[in-house]
Write a protein that binds this ligand. Sequence first.
Ligand code: NDP
Length: 413
Amino acid sequence: MKFYQQTRLQRIATLVAEGQLTAQEAAFFKTNTGLTQEAADQLIENQLTTFALPEGVARGVQVDGHVHTVPMVTEEPSVIAAASHGAKLLALAGGVQTTIQQRAMVGQVILQPITPAQLAQVQAATAQLAQVANAAHPSIVARGGGVDRIRYRQLDVQTVSLDLIVDVQEAMGANMLNSMLEAVAAVLRQQFDVTVLMSILSNYATTSLVTATGQVPVASLARTGQTGAQVAAGIVNASHIAQIDPYRAATHNKGLMNGIDAVVMASGNDWRAIESGAQAYAARDGQYRGLSTWHIRGEQLVGSLTLPLPVGYVGGAIRVLPAAQPNLALMGVHSAKALASVIAAVGLGQNLAALHALVTSGIQKGHMALQAKSLAATAGATPEEVPLVAAQLQQAPRMDLATAAALLQELRQ
Ligand code: NDP
């Protein structure tokens, strides 16, 4: 039986049999009820309850020569099916390759107003400011990280951003960077009499860019009534439209962020940080564009996706959210870089699957099959009844909750 046809418990047993889950991890996935109210109360303010979301896995995600089973947290039907489909297509030609030039966080101390003479004084003290920053979080230096460099950007005639670029090692680094920035700001105020408007990290993490590339044999894209070459040409055109039209680009990027956010959430990372960085990067040349592009090279459809992925492997909510560490173990990643590579690869596959559906059968066909299941369950169908109601619902003239309820009633008579 295929993985997606198995029951939840059968899937967990399959992962154990494949050696992807230990017995202990399997026990966690079987019985996990999420955050306790007490842990939730420690995380946020004015806590009332917890809010659960489904988690599933995309299988066969091949990244840099390793095959990963990737946990994804999402409430949207068809995201995981599409991620798996995209990964399968990309695996036909060796999977996804990733490159990470650098992994560092950027933070800003905004100096305003500042005169050219004051700026010259501050610039002359750059080495001292780097020392101040490192002294504010010495443990990151002990771990082999710390300040990489400081740069200055003139934002307008009286405003300069002092950018602190920090190697945050395995953490996302927001808190450690903010401590460093505030220490630098304090010295600038006290010793240089400069007005500091604010200091905070930037989520536009251009020093944590990840590129995922992959290819698919054009012939494998063929569908009934369309040759592989026609489908590939459609995907290339669709990717071009996302480069020239922000209306399309927003949806193109939403589609690939469906996959990226789902893995970021499963890993316990801050998905708003990743979203804001990705969206800013999509507009980096002044026009908002698709984050990924596709072109044809010989017999292959070749795709590339670049975005900032400053995710952490430790720290933040990773240590608090109960599923985060078991998910990282299941994903088979052991560093922030490896996690970022898997996330980018899922994004590329998600994008491929979405574009493939759009230029062939359309997005609704796949969506509707899953939507039918979801409507059947919402109408009150038991797990045994769901496939029966969903199958009839797809044949019905209208696919809505009322029809699902009526079909369920009929079935039970
Ligand atoms: P933490 O404050 O949890 O800091 C990381 C922790 O990991 C440190 O305590 C560090 O220990 C520890 N650590 C252990 N091993 C390593 C290692 N190998 N490399 C690096 N650190 C290690 O989290 P972050 O500073 O990463 O900040 C992330 C959090 O900040 C997220 O929850 C995010 O939501 C939040 N945040 C985000 C903002 C934004 O995006 N704009 C703004 C503010 C907060 P040690 O101290 O001993 O080095």
